[in-house]
Design a protein around this ligand. Sequence first.
Ligand code: PLP
Length: 389
Amino acid sequence: MPTYDPTQFGFSTRAIHAGQEPDPLTGAVTVPLYQTSTYAQEGIGQHKGFEYARTQNPTRFAWEASMANLEQGYAGFAFGSGMAAIDAVMRLLSSGDHVICAEDMYGGTFRLFDKVLKRYGIEFSVVDMTNHDAVKSAIQSGKTKMIYTESPTNPMMKLTDIAELAIIAHEANALLIVDNTFASPYAQKPITLGADIVLHSATKYLGGHSDLVSGIVVVKTESIAEQLRFIQNAAGAVPGPMECWLCLRSIKTLSVRMKQHEENAKAIAEYCAKHPAIQATHYPGLEQHPQHDLAKKQMTGFGGMISIELGSIVKAKKFTTSVKLFTLAESLGGVESLVCHPVSMTHGSIPQEQRERLGITEGLVRLSVGIEDKEDLLADIAQALDAIS
Ligand code: PLP
């Protein structure tokens, strides 16, 4: 349960304090790293509530409490990666259940659904989540148990109207699941908009320093929490205490990092939108983004992710090797700027026809804008664009 009331304290205050009270034993201001696999018991059945570290770890509990508070949900559950978090959520389903999922999402999520979960008898309909009629007509009465989406999407930066989708899901007695990795809870809180489950690749903005792989799920209700707690322990895809400790360290600076990511990203997106070498710039903070009004309505920030269309694989290759401060690498959300080529790196698992329909072309390049000096990043982009012009 949240320890700091969101109506009483602001986001930045809660990011520093919620779940992170000084250690009752020593007064340590930082939550201790409980690097242990088991706990001494005084007698059979007599212990302090901690028996085995897959089930209970105080560092993990602190991280889960912190995120439950920031996402304004009932409880949090940490996992060994973002994919492990998604996999655990999908284990709420049974064979024969049907899921409606977004056509525009992280390639690894699509791969898990298409290549693994289908084999266990889970059925998927892949739809454009901005088309509410398409979502409604994909519902199979009594069978559809989940609507699964990302917002903003990876890499096309499309938004889902979370409040509208929650209504559609709940009318069908289905759960709405939102991958909030791109926004982070600083910029968007899906549970407050009606979602039932929110999840993250904590590897990205939550960890924020490109030094860990982890995942986290926050659920709205006690009954979903009970089921997920069981799955977390039974399947056991928990993170190590070190990852939880690093996440606790990182979450304290989420607000300041996100403000700088956004300030830099906005400047770069505005620059790119006017540059003749760029055919399209996708960033929800731009006024010309087709869903800018929705972004203003449901988000409290626009984040640090931008995609740009350079027109050809030759130009994409030249650009990604010409930038000097943006490192060519998978992943995103770290303090350092990264550039990625989705077709060959993160979205190879999406069928070519689907990729092309979505605009994930060979000329598309994704920027994860870091928190370096804005002027340096702009100069780097400018010289790389000169190189392809
Ligand atoms: N969700 C999104 C939006 C992602 O971008 C990623 C990874 O890039 C994942 C989930 C998977 O997370 P992880 O790499 O931590 O398993």
